[in-house]
Ligand binder design. Structure first.
Ligand code: FMN
Length: 312
């Protein structure tokens, strides 16, 4: 075949060279991965969650392996927005200038989210924001905002007033009906939604009778959550008119294609990067090969292309 697939996709006004981005908190700001991954090939870099002031995070142990996945209770540890701008954003400007940077934003209050964004508005190399209303690992903020429509809408309304840049809202799977929350944040001006964040879980050591995480509970990620994530992406893509960024257990290009068929416009690679630091490049290359082998001219044509009936 002589054609090459157009891999570009659009998230509102943001255009990405391909649909594959990094999942927040699994790629830091890219510096530790730069020896393995050509950052200029990524659809976008999504940075670790950043808050107004430094957050220490939770006590150790805060990682536990589980069947086909892992639990984490990092607790949004970060150096605060000022240090982030000086170290991380400056490094990204010097080393990954051609790749859109989406900053993942956290806060204890709705006002704090907006203040982080206001601060980031003063720098050029932020292409947009991912507002994390879904972290299960903090007592105040995080998932507390993303579990009910009113607080979710309040955070997004305040963030919306703080920026005209693309605003992506990261949804929690730890809810009764994810489409209610998706509709509520889109009504307040979210340009896109991303999902899923980690599923609240627990691991217990039967030899010590103790939880494996110091906090007791943590967020489950990796292949174990993929079927739940696919279901939620499919539900949300059918419920709102804005682009959906799908994630949860993507290890291979085929996994990524499945999320696009379910309705995602773009996908994020998370826990896979811990297993193989080049995972995100494997997914990009594999998706291009997949499209080429099937004569698909635009990767964007995969979005929502699910055929309703299962194979006979
Ligand atoms: C160690 C770790 C840290 C994370 N930190 C963040 C974060 O700061 N902000 C956020 O929105 N999501 C965070 N996440 C969630 C991921 O971005 C992603 O939504 C989730 O892990 C599901 O994708 P995966 O199964 O491919 O990892 C984190 C996940 C892990 C495993």
């Amino acid at each position: 075949m002589t054609f090459s697939t157009d891999m570009s996709v659009a998230i509102g006004t943001l255009s990405l060279r391909n649909p594959v981005i990094t999942a927040s908190g699994t790629f830091a700001s890219g510096r530790e991965f730069a020896d393995f991954v050509d950052l200029s090939r990524l659809g976008a870099i999504v940075t670790k969650g950043v808050s107004l002031e430094p957050w220490e995070g939770n006590d150790s142990p805060r990682i536990a392996e589980t069947a086909s996945g892992m639990l984490n209770s990092i607790g949004l540890q970060n150096p605060g927005v000022e240090a982030f701008m000086e170290r991380d954003l400056q490094w990204l400007a010097d080393n990954a200038a051609d790749t859109p940077v989406l900053v993942n934003v956290s806060g204890h209050t709705a006002e704090e989210y907006a203040r982080v964004i206001e601060r980031l508005e003063t720098v050029d190399n932020v292409a947009g924001y991912e507002v994390n209303i879904s972290c299960p690992n903090v007592d105040e903020g995080g998932m507390v905002f993303g579990m009910h429509c009113a607080p979710a809408a309040d955070v997004v309304a305040k963030c919306r007033r703080a920026t005209e840049r693309p605003l992506i809202v990261k949804l929690s799977p730890n809810v009764t009906d994810v489409t209610d929350i998706a509709r509520a944040v889109v009504a307040e001006g979210a340009d896109a939604v991303s999902l899923i964040n980690t599923l609240l879980g627990m691991a217990i050591d039967a030899t010590t009778f103790r939880p494996k995480l110091a906090r007791g509970v943590g967020g489950l990620s990796g292949p174990a959550i993929k079927p739940v994530a696919l279901r939620m992406v499919w539900q949300v893509a059918n419920a709102v008119a804005v682009p959906v960024i799908g994630m949860g257990g993507i290890m291979t290009a085929e996994d990524a294609v499945e999320f696009m068929l379910a309705g995602a416009t773009a996908v994020a690679v998370g826990t896979a990067s811990f297993v193989d630091p080049t995972a995100v490049i494997r997914v990009i290359d594999g998706m291009a090969e997949f499209c080429h082998a099937r004569g698909i001219r635009r990767a964007a044509d995969l979005t929502g292309a699910l055929v309703a009936e299962p194979d006979a």
